[in-house]
Write a protein that binds this ligand. Sequence first.
Ligand code: SF4
Length: 292
Amino acid sequence: MATRFKQVVVVSGKGGTGKTTVLASFAALASNKVMADCDVDASNLHLILDPTLREKGEFMGAKVAVRDPDRCQKVGECEARCRFDAITTESIDVLACEGCGVCVLACPNQALTLQPIVNGEYYLSDTKYGPLAHAKLLPAAESSGRLVTLVRQKAEDVALAEGYSLILIDGSPGIGCTATSAMVDVDLVLVVTEPSLSAIHDMERVVALAGHFSLPVAVIINKADINPENRDTIRSYCTEHDIPVLAELPFDGVVSQAVAARIPVVEFDEGPVTQGLRAAWQQLADWLGQAA
Ligand code: SF4
């Protein structure tokens, strides 16, 4: 049994660069691994990996104001002080409540407290590619680094208990709290970018964030042929920063066909995108010391 696993997070500065397509293909190519979908705002890895639920639980997220009706004298200080129009003497709008606690302090009868509410669910599932830890935020619930941490914890627990040697993490877009939570303590940050100015800018921000945590970075350029000039800009940037480019994948309609069929593209087609992904995975596996 493996006592320690490696972790690779696949990220992009923004959504839509092909991050999940790459992750799903690596899930199909890698052996002995667990997947963690930490893109909790827009999780979609489960759509391709077709999971069977093994375990689920509630995620207790933000705190909101809760009223004790036995104490409430309908004084109205809560309504007068709330800057978010979330509370009246009759009701509390839990979607509008920011949990700031002003009403709790303002109430002369101590009728209000802050209490955590259910913000989402986490799941541990089985797929034909290995276990998958994932989650769902409830509608209007705020994204949360704590939910990302919970998903990663579930993946780590199953990796340790069942002897998996690799965790493949589908990271959150951007450089905010959830993206950071998906990135800390990994062995490699794999950035999937594309040759557009906005994607290049976002890639640079993600690389800077990884640098802040002293994490190794590699890059895959998706749709590399749609703008050769910007592709060359990415190549130059990676050379300057000593970042390996594992693959330059061409634009190919077969990718969206594979997504529509809910099959990792490497199992759907043997064209240039699949060849590029296989070569990228081989390099990654060599670097990680994984069987490929
Ligand atoms: S906790 Fe803050 S936001 Fe929520 S009802 Fe009280 S004052 Fe309004």
